[in-house]
Design a protein around this ligand. Structure first.
Ligand code: CO
Length: 656
């Protein structure tokens, strides 16, 4: 036992003597927990059954919002993100709320203008947020300036994060060493941080790096030190213990059903491990067990199909091998799978550290993990022996311009020059605070969305997510019908699905009989995967046994992004211009190099284009990709519109 953790009389009861310096715990189940394990598909209705009980535990805070929740809620769940905050606040009255704020990126994927950043923080505070855990993917704290101003103005808690990353297997090296982290902590204290969090998003922190790191931080700054260390690599419970011995103030954990794998260690073992010591959490283990019981029986059945159970191991050895976040690795695998290129995964692992180095050894966290990941895949798929970086994403161009901030080491000058060739903001990169070059955007968004937005919260949602935000607002105000895929599933649905799976396994699923009943509007479709075989099962509840869900509340988790049916290439006749001899080739098709969503077309039918000009912007894996004309000509056909999902190889435009 270390000198910092002393044992008192062991008492199992919850009324045991209070520790002098208890470890404070923040629970992450309602945000990072389901974001890590269930693709952020957690619904508000599934948080309510445990909300009041969780309020009784004595958590330092409960993380309820931010990160990817804002995006997935409106996009996949047909839920208003602002409403979740207000609803949970009615059940959780004592424990402060914490959110993950991506600094000037807010809850989106690019730097937004100052006016939008101020409005977002102000409205989050008004809607009930207490602690703003703020991070910047580049650890460039100039990106904190605007949001911190508003956090303080709103009288809320500013928690400054240092993203923990490595270039070597362990802490050290030229870039991310002890001095780096101590200097970052001092900078945060100078900015007025109420607490400082080391954000180990990939679970890279080894226990014997945690000890000297936390000790050094405790000596360097006065603010409480908070550790956020994902389980992914399997080290975090050991890391927690060494951090506690070094004097860490606050630790992040999840309730057991939301714990481990790429999420966080569970709270219960930590409570028991510290029981009776000078750092005893003081938590009542029976209260925690009662919460788990509800989650296990009433909530988890609705989510278990989202759990990636393709592997038995709950630890990702690749994280230890590649020092990259687990989520990023699984994104890469998914992306390659969608492109039928899974055999290239080893090439991707080799290319990734090269791309990261070229881009200034940036930390790998949203959005930089996507930026590096997608560019790596692009390089592996499209580069030729005589040309690297053949297809540079819009975000890499922005990064090269300085729009995300200052990288840890300079970007490779050759790549920077290539990326900025013809870049609309200019070919010379900036060195100022990125938001200084951004035009105010709130009023523009307000004008664009018009009457569809009923209040400022709608406008802020639209401003960050123009395409999916507009779709959501149309559902919200009854302008269009939300698709079945966004409806929630009930325990009743789960039972039926499980019964069907059982039947299918037993070979009892029979052909449709001739006198089959007519399908009703209650019909729900499930993708069922059994031993590698795929069944598309339609379930139609009989006799109204399923509770009808009002469309406004609707949604159903989609396990995997539903692949859009590949639109048939436009028939030649439909696209040949009247002047062309009949039977002539319609023109050059611009094909989608990957599945994705159309963000916008920059050219219209009949417009003249020259080779290399951007025709359409395609969003794939949350990255925008500008697709350019391969030849000079006139736009003959545009078969899609903004918001459409397209398959790989779909013809996005015909140039003739
Ligand atoms: Co996290």
């Amino acid at each position: 036992m270390s000198d910092n953790v002393q044992m008192t009389a062991l008492r199992y009861e919850s009324d045991r003597p209070r520790a002098k310096n208890p470890v404070r715990i923040m629970d992450l189940s309602l945000r990072d927990g389901h974001q890590s394990l269930f693709a952020t598909r957690g619904r508000t209705e599934d948080m309510i059954p445990v909300a009041e009980l969780m309020d009784e535990v004595g958590f330092w805070a409960i993380e309820t919002w931010g990160g990817a929740t804002f995006d997935t809620m409106h996009r996949f769940l047909n839920e208003d993100p602002w409403e979740r905050l207000r609803t949970l606040k009615r059940y959780i009255k004592k424990t402060p709320f914490s959110m993950l704020l991506r600094a000037q990126n807010l809850v989106g994927y690019r730097n937004y203008a100052d006016d939008l950043a101020l409005a977002f923080v102000e409205r989050a505070a008004e809607n009930g947020m207490d602690i703003f855990r703020t991070f910047d993917a580049l650890n460039d704290y100039r990106n904190f300036e605007t949001v911190v101003k508003q956090i303080k103005k709103s009288g809320k808690h500013f928690q400054g994060c240092i993203c923990y990353t490595l270039t070597e297997p362990r802490l050290g090296g030229d870039v991310y060493n002890l001095d780096y982290y101590v200097n970052k902590a001092k900078a945060l204290e100078e900015m007025g941080a109420d607490s400082i969090c080391v954000k180990d998003m990939a679970g890279l922190m080894a226990p014997y790096d945690a000890y000297p790191l936390i000790k050094a931080l405790k000596e360097a700054v006065k603010a409480p030190i908070h550790l956020h260390s994902h389980f992914t690599s399997g080290m975090s419970p050991m890391t927690h213990l060494k951090a506690i011995e070094a004097g860490v103030d606050i630790i992040d954990t999840c309730m057991t059903p939301y714990a481990y794998r790429t999420s966080h260690a569970a709270v219960e073992p930590l409570v028991m491990a510290l029981l009776g010591t000078s750092r005893d959490t003081g938590f009542d283990i029976k209260k925690l067990a009662a919460i788990n019981e509800i989650l296990e029986k009433q909530v988890m059945p609705k989510y278990k199909h989202l759990l990636d159970d393709s592997k038995v191991s709950i630890i990702d050895i690749n994280v230890l091998l590649h020092q990259t976040p687990g989520g990023m690795l699984s994104n890469l695998v998914n992306q390659l799978r969608e492109m039928d290129a899974l055999d290239k995964i080893d090439e991707v692992y080799r290319e990734l550290p090269r791309v990261r180095k070229d881009l200034g050894q940036i930390p790998l966290v949203t959005p930089t993990s996507q930026i590096v990941g997608v560019q790596t895949v692009n390089n592996v798929l499209h580069d030729t022996p005589d040309e690297r970086y053949k297809m540079i994403t819009g975000q890499v161009k922005d990064l090269c311009y300085g729009l995300y901030g200052k990288t840890a080491v300079p970007i490779d000058p050759e790549l920077q020059k290539k990326a900025l060739k013809g870049y609309p903001r200019g070919e010379e990169p900036i060195t100022c605070r990125p938001a200084e070059v951004l035009e105010p955007e709130l009023e523009k968004a307000r004008a664009e969305v018009g009457e569809l937005a009923a209040d400022i919260d709608d406008v802020i949602l639209y401003a960050q997510f123009p395409v999916t935000g507009r779709k959501f607002l149309e559902w919200k105000y009854g302008r269009s019908e939300p698709p079945a895929s966004v409806r929630p599933i009930t325990l009743e649905d789960v039972k039926k699905r499980d019964a069907l799976v059982k039947k299918a396994l037993a070979g009892e699923l029979v052909e449709k009989k001739a006198d089959s009943p007519v399908k009703t509007a209650n019909l729900r479709t499930f993708n069922v995967f059994i031993d590698g075989e795929y069944f598309n099962v339609e379930v139609d509840p009989v006799g109204g046994s399923v509770v009808a869900v009002p469309p406004a509340q609707a949604a159903a988790p989609t396990p995997v992004p539903v692949a859009a049916p590949a639109p048939a290439p436009a028939p030649a006749a439909a696209v040949s211009s009247p002047g062309q001899p009949s039977g002539a080739a319609a023109g050059t098709h611009l094909l989608a190099p990957m599945p994705g969503m159309i963000v916008r077309y920059l050219k219209g039918i009949g417009e003249k284009v020259s080779k290399g000009e951007t025709i359409v912007v395609l969003e794939a894996m949350k990255m925008e990709n500008a697709l350019n004309a391969q030849c000079d000509g006139v736009v003959k056909s545009i078969p899609f519109k903004s918001g459409d999902t397209v398959a790989k190889g779909a013809s996005l435009c015909v140039i003739g």
